[in-house]
Design a protein around this ligand. Structure first.
Ligand SMILES: Nc1ncnc2c1ncn2[C@@H]1O[C@H](COP(=O)(O)OP(=O)(O)OP(=O)(O)O)[C@@H](O)[C@H]1O
Length: 272
């Protein structure tokens, strides 16, 4: 079974083709990480999935339904989106922001009901923010804000959550908290995530955690490789893509294999 299916998708903003012949699938209960150099088309591909661009050719399906035939609220019932940056506006409470995730179900001009409030409360519990549920969201940290945005996506009750660089503004602790939360929601709730990242170690983190994960590598609008992170992210591929020398390290921790990638400092390249 497939949650999201992209088939031979092409798109261009103007004359030059931005995305070319992209095909990929996201299954229930898996994380799909999109990687690639700046400007290769990751955000544009996500925007296409969110229905923001008319495709030049190809198709996007959610389950068995082609996305172009669905109404926005029908897409929202199946896909939630966590943006990279969220501009804070009025001092709504954390709970009210999360409750807004129910708008697609209640309608813009209707009030959320008891069940919507229970769903929002459960989402807040899942990300561990119950203690600050009544706090104005204009007075919380960047790490907490990202958790609120994830809770709002969870409140949508969609099976697929798309995230654009989910840890780009977070410190080391919060970055790992978010990666861990994504891993545990994949396993415990059976959710699927599609996310963009510039950190090659993020897909490896998920693989090291034992979570089903695949990586898709983009280059100049094409998907050039996809599969298991530790197999796809070879030194050769990374060096060719980023023109940066790296070492990949693998080992065993608590009886389970792990791997990570490290850039080699310029003055030590001769030694390797
Ligand atoms: N609104 C737009 N109009 C025209 N061209 C655009 C627009 N948005 C992006 N592009 C171009 O499309 C290409 C892909 O951009 P995109 O933002 O999708 O790449 P990306 O992989 O997400 O980059 P980054 O890693 O830097 O966020 C780039 O050449 C970019 O300049």
């Amino acid at each position: 079974m497939t949650l999201l299916s992209i088939d031979n998708l092409s798109f261009s903003y103007g004359a030059a083709q931005t995305l070319r012949g992209i095909s990929l699938k996201v299954a229930p209960g898996e994380i799909y990480c999109l990687l690639g150099p700046n400007g290769c088309g990751k955000t544009t591909l996500i925007d296409c999935v969110l229905g923001q661009h008319p495709l030049k050719s190809g198709s996007i399906s959610l389950g068995s339904e082609v996305i172009q035939t669905l109404k926005p609220y029908e897409v929202a019932s199946q896909v939630a989106f966590v943006p990279q940056l969220h501009a804070k506006t009025f001092p709504y409470s954390v709970f009210e922001i999360v409750l807004m995730g129910r708008t697609f179900a209640t309608g813009t001009f209707s009030s959320p009901g008891r069940q919507d409030r229970e769903i929002a409360k459960h989402a807040i519990d899942l990300v561990g923010l119950s203690e600050i549920a009544q706090k104005p969201y204009t007075q919380i940290s960047g790490g907490e804000l990202q958790l609120v945005m994830i809770a709002r996506a969870l409140a949508q009750k969609s099976r697929l959550i798309i995230m654009d660089e989910p840890t780009s503004h977070l410190d080391f602790k919060n970055e790992n908290e978010i990666l861990n939360l994504i891993s545990s929601l994949t396993v415990s709730e059976g959710l699927s995530f599609m996310l963009t990242t510039h950190d090659l170690n993020h897909p490896l983190y998920f693989e090291n955690s034992g979570v089903p994960v695949r990586v898709g590598i983009m280059e100049q609008g094409r998907l050039i490789a996809q599969g298991q992170p530790s197999r796809i992210l070879s030194s050769d591929t990374i060096e060719r893509l980023y023109h940066t020398k790296v070492v990949t390290h693998t080992g065993v921790m608590d009886g389970l294999p792990y791997s990570y990638i490290m850039a080699v400092p310029h003055h030590r390249r001769e030694a390797i």
